[in-house]
Design a protein around this ligand. Structure first.
Ligand SMILES: *[C@@H]1O[C@H](CO)[C@@H](O)[C@H](O)[C@H]1NC(C)=O
Ligand SMILES: *[C@@H]1O[C@H](CO)[C@@H](O)[C@H](O)[C@H]1NC(C)=O
Ligand SMILES: *[C@@H]1O[C@H](CO)[C@@H](O)[C@H](O)[C@H]1NC(C)=O
Length: 417
């Protein structure tokens, strides 16, 4: 009896394996279709934006002055462009098509230039798009809005009172003070070397660590106090600065006012991409370390390390068996395949519906209103409401008094006669 069943069992198990293999092939190769890609990257290598008073290396030591993309930075973004071309060769169908691609940059030289050199690597003209045989380049538009109107990429947004309040709360929080404590003595020694007096971590990052970092990359001799140990501590303080801007205290609420704005825009684009009428395949955002980290803090996938030059946050939308999935990657090293990022609470290939639910808490409903809702305003609002009630109470009493006794004032003195 058992022996008779064996061939049946074998056949069944073979059939099952075959089916599993087929469905695997089906999932991996046939059915999973890339529909839409979003890239958010940092500009390439640049000169410092500013520096500390005692720095012997002044702005004039940099060929293009402060804050400009260097040739190394151009190389980095050309490389990233070539990588994107390789990664999406089939998806983008060779050459540039205006309706498929949209690029937006912050309105700053280095991010605009990074986007342009990236596009030179991504879309060299081919076939009919070659317009000058001796120039392997074609113009591709890079969109921007002025910094004062940039409510998408130029993070962290400053004109937001509630965010300012949250930042102040963060600096007072025990968690932040705990993380800062080991560096207290070190911070006190800094002004004698730098000539720059500040308690502000963001200042130490942008005015001390960053210029020294740029100078070391460009083979300038650092001041003798800028030892390896000093640089390490400055780097840690800079990382703490980013973390304290976007997180440590009330990260979700801060994200609504910062990176959540970009998450919202990306979700909107993804949802448009699920529509049959959609032609757009790729949206690229050229921005800053504070943009990449702000986005990743809103998505809660930030690794806490300062985003390197030309690092790129990748979001891919796939269609598989009628359902949409979001996959995220972080290309922060040229020598390493992009690191997969998993939205907390989801799986690496996260259903779009689930993704939308999970990020809902960081999507602002009305950014401006949420920014104006500071706790001081809330107190003021309560005070005003109480005052309003009191005043209306008094008015009502007055009105009743008037109605009750008022008519006597108007009595015709002769009527009773
Ligand atoms: C690429 O474009 C060509 C010509 O427009 C078209 O025939 C081909 O099907 C396209 N391939 C893909 C993968 O979209
Ligand atoms: C700094 O010096 C190293 C070693 O000589 C060299 O490989 C590198 O290209 C230099 N960096 C820059 C930005 O010039
Ligand atoms: C890149 O990201 C990975 C994953 O978070 C991290 O382990 C690695 O140290 C990062 N590399 C750089 C250069 O930031």
């Amino acid at each position: 009896m058992r022996a008779a069943l064996l061939p049946v069992a074998r056949a069944a198990s073979l059939g099952l394996s075959f089916w599993l293999l087929l469905s695997w092939v089906d999932r991996g190769v046939v059915a999973k279709e890339l529909k839409f890609v979003t890239l958010v990257f940092r500009h390439g290598d640049r000169s410092p934006i500013e520096t500390f008073p005692n720095d012997p290396i002044k702005e004039s030591s940099w060929p293009q002055g402060f804050g400009q993309l260097t040739q190394l930075g151009m190389e980095q973004h050309y490389e990233l462009g070539q990588y994107i071309r390789k990664r999406y060769r089939k998806f983008l169908n060779e050459s540039y098509k205006p309706e498929q691609v949209y690029i937006q940059s912050t309105d700053i030289d280095r991010t605009l230039m990074s986007a342009m050199v990236n596009l030179a690597g991504l879309f060299p003209p081919e076939g009919v798009s070659i317009w000058n045989p001796s120039l392997p380049w074609q113009p591709i538009p890079v969109h921007t809005v002025s910094l004062s109107e940039d409510r998408l990429l130029y993070l962290p947004f400053q004109d937001c009172p509630r965010f300012k309040e949250l930042k102040e709360e963060t600096l007072k929080s025990t968690e932040f003070q705990k993380r800062l404590h080991p560096y207290k003595n070190f911070i006190e020694t800094l002004p004698t070397f730098t000539g720059y007096h500040t308690e502000d971590l963001f200042g130490m990052w942008t005015k001390v660590y960053d210029p020294l970092f740029c100078e070391s990359i460009h083979n300038f001799t650092l001041p003798s106090w800028a030892t390896e140990d000093t640089m390490f501590k400055l780097k840690k303080l800079s990382e703490l600065s980013i973390l304290s801007i976007y997180g440590i205290h009330k990260q979700k609420e801060k994200s609504r006012l910062q990176g959540g704005v970009l998450v919202s825009e990306i979700l909107t684009n993804m949802n448009s991409a699920t529509q049959p009428s959609n032609h757009r395949k790729l949206v690229m955002y050229s921005a800053h370390d504070t943009t990449v980290s702000g986005l990743q803090m809103a998505l809660d996938v930030y690794n806490g390390i300062l985003p390197p030059y030309a690092s790129c946050h990748i979001m891919e939308l796939y269609l598989e068996k009628g359902e949409y999935f979001v996959e995220m990657y972080y290309r922060n090293e040229t020598q390493h395949e992009p690191y997969p990022l998993t939205l907390p609470g989801c799986i690496p290939s996260c259903p779009l519906t689930e993704f939308t639910k999970l990020v809902a808490p960081v999507i602002p409903q009305d950014w401006s209103t949420e920014c104006m809702t500071t706790s001081k305003d809330q107190v003021l609002r309560v005070v005003l409401a109480v005052a309003f009630c009191l005043v209306s109470g008094v008015l009502v009493v007055l009105l009743f008094t008037l109605l009750r006794y008022g008519p006597c004032w108007h009595r015709d003195p002769y009527r009773n006669i």
